[in-house]
Design a protein around this ligand. Structure first.
Ligand SMILES: Nc1nc2c(ncn2[C@@H]2O[C@H](COP(=O)(O)OP(=O)(O)OP(=O)(O)O)[C@@H](O)[C@H]2O)c(=O)[nH]1
Ligand SMILES: [Mg+2]
Length: 351
């Protein structure tokens, strides 16, 4: 009967409870279905999730056909996690998506050029992160679906325009609107004020810091955020960056980027990965090598037991012990179920 629910599942269930719209509910239910361990003990729960999905869908359809519902946009999650580009009109969001991914958004020298969400996949090492370009945050575009999409993202790139003299006032306007629509931008899993070390890998920070599984600083319901100071190549950008740092110091990690020259575009990919606060774990069979091109992407704080449930369905119940090859372990060190995994660990499960 023990369901052995994973942290991923519990997180999705929390999102379901907090969902404000049918889209948020459906996204959370889909994730619950994807992350629930698939064994006999969870059969009833899975049936219940399916029932709830059907109910949300029919209710949403009824609203749509009643003709009064506004347009809603939802982007299904793909890859290691979903992040969104948010910011004032003309800040440089679409051009960033074009620089980071293979997507081809409209980039224009006038505001409000983006009207609907456009996702792209951003490659980082052996994973892909989904990044969604959004219409600007402004009174004219402030429709509930936009904020719903932001709230359910795993991370946000808050884009500030270093080419604009209105940098601070438009930033304030953006933040006021976000607040009005209940979007809270948190710090996420990134290490302390990290603009000095964009290339550092997450291998050494926070040893044991995430005991208990709570991502540091990311209060429940807030979207982990990086402040991206865009157009770093523009005349006067340096002075504006200083002002921005003063205003936002300690609130979010800041990274100055230029899509035009490519400065810090790769560093931004690394920061986007760090923002997700996930680890990559590989599995191998006894006597074999692991395939390092196909990681399991799991929340930081995931234990051997949780990973087994994700990897091998009924493995969770039968698991006796595991061996780990990882940076902080002896080669093939034997560990118990409660052992917390690290990014890059190779896992050999023994039932
Ligand atoms: N110099 C310079 N210009 C940039 C950079 N990135 C974007 N721009 C220019 O800034 C303008 C706006 O860029 P977009 O990417 O369309 O801005 P946006 O935030 O998507 O705008 P909306 O969708 O209207 O909110 C365009 O003229 C871009 O060419 C950059 O890194 N350097
Ligand atoms: Mg745009």
């Amino acid at each position: 009967m023990p369901a052995n629910l994973t942290p991923q599942y519990l997180d999705a269930e929390r999102r379901f409870r907090e969902a404000a719209t049918p889209e948020e509910q459906l996204a959370a239910l889909n994730e619950m279905m994807a992350t629930i361990p698939k064994h006999k003990g969870t059969e009833h729960m899975r049936a219940d999730i399916r029932r709830r999905m059907a109910k949300v869908r029919t209710e949403a359809a009824r609203k749509r056909t009643s003709g009064r519902g506004p347009t809603w946009h939802h982007v299904p999650r793909e890859g290691a996690g979903q992040e969104v580009l948010i910011g004032a009109p003309n800040a440089g969001k679409s051009r960033l998506l074009a620089a980071l991914s293979n997507a081809t958004p409209v980039v224009a020298p006038y505001p409000f050029s983006t009207r609907t969400p456009l996702p792209g996949m951003v490659p980082f090492e052996n994973v892909q992160i989904q990044l969604i370009d959004l219409p600007p945050i402004a009174a004219e575009t402030a429709e509930p679906w936009l904020f719903a999409l932001i709230r359910q993202a795993d991370g946000a790139l808050l884009v500030a325009d270093l080419a604009s003299d209105d940098l601070l006032s438009s930033m304030e306007e953006t933040l006021t609107l976000l607040e009005r629509f209940n979007v809270r931008l948190g710090r996420g899993g990134a290490p302390s004020e990290g603009d000095g070390d964009p290339g550092g890998r997450g291998g050494s920070e926070g040893a044991g810091a995430s005991e208990g599984g709570a991502p540091e600083g990311a209060a429940s319901g807030s979207v982990p955020t990086i402040l991206v100071a865009a157009k770093a190549d523009a005349p006067g950008a340096e002075g504006r960056l200083d002002i921005l740092r003063e205003l936002c110091a300690g609130r979010w990690p800041i990274l100055a980027v230029s899509a035009e020259t490519g400065v810090n575009v790769d560093a931004l990919r690394a920061e986007m990965f760090r923002l997700l606060d996930v680890i990559r774990v590989y599995t191998k069979a006894r006597g074999r090598r692991a395939d390092l091109s196909v990681p399991f992407v799991l929340k930081r704080g995931t234990t051997v037991q949780d990973a087994a449930a994700v990897v091998h369905k009924d493995f969770a119940d039968r698991l006796k012990y595991a061996r780990i090859w990882g940076t902080r372990m002896f080669e093939g060190q034997m560990v118990q179920r409660e052992h917390v995994l690290e990014d890059g660990d190779i896992l050999e499960l023994h039932a």
